[in-house]
Ligand binder design. Sequence first.
Ligand code: 5GP
Ligand code: MG
Length: 199
Amino acid sequence: MQVLLSAAELASGIDRLADTVRREYGRRPLVVVGVLTGSIVLVADLIRRLECPIELSMVSASSYRGTATAPGRLELRLDSLPDLAGRDVLLVDDIFDTGRTLEALVAELRRRGAASIRSLVLVQKAGRAEVAMQPDFVGFDIPDVFVVGYGLDFDGAWRHLPHLAALDSADIAAARVGSAPRPDAHRPTPVDPAGDART
Ligand code: 5GP
Ligand code: MG
């Protein structure tokens, strides 16, 4: 497992995203819609940096495919959304990969009459987009690797790592043969003094 973005790098990325959101909306009230489950850490960090009135709602979208590159069928659950008619909505997700999740969610939010809809993601993977839309705000561009940590899991594991890590083939193979995550896998990766962390 290799650290792609350290906790400190993530924190400054969220600072930058929050500045952009503040500039975009000023003090206008905002409905923040987070996509479960991968966006929970991002949402928690982001909303605490915003000063406008916020109503938070979480929706769920799953197209679980492990590390397979082709997404499965997308299932959306939007039952806890408030009335969006005439409101400004910020949709927050962990990753923009093929883009199919955000595209479907934006269409659904639009159907509910939101006055404006912007989307924000922590990371966007290079060369994977299959849709015309682009997220409005992107924290980081990353290569086409499978990432875990900072809310993102692999088969339920590694969500709570404070950094974002790329799985290597050994991690994936270990998970595929059904073994539990390695005993050390949940411990934060030590960061060396040069700021270049690895396991
Ligand atoms: P999209 O619809 O953009 O292809 O996929 C977005 C969703 O797929 C993300 O919200 C996330 O749940 C999942 N996903 C895509 N790439 C990764 C990845 O590298 N790691 C993890 N843990 N999930 C991913
Ligand atoms: Mg997701």
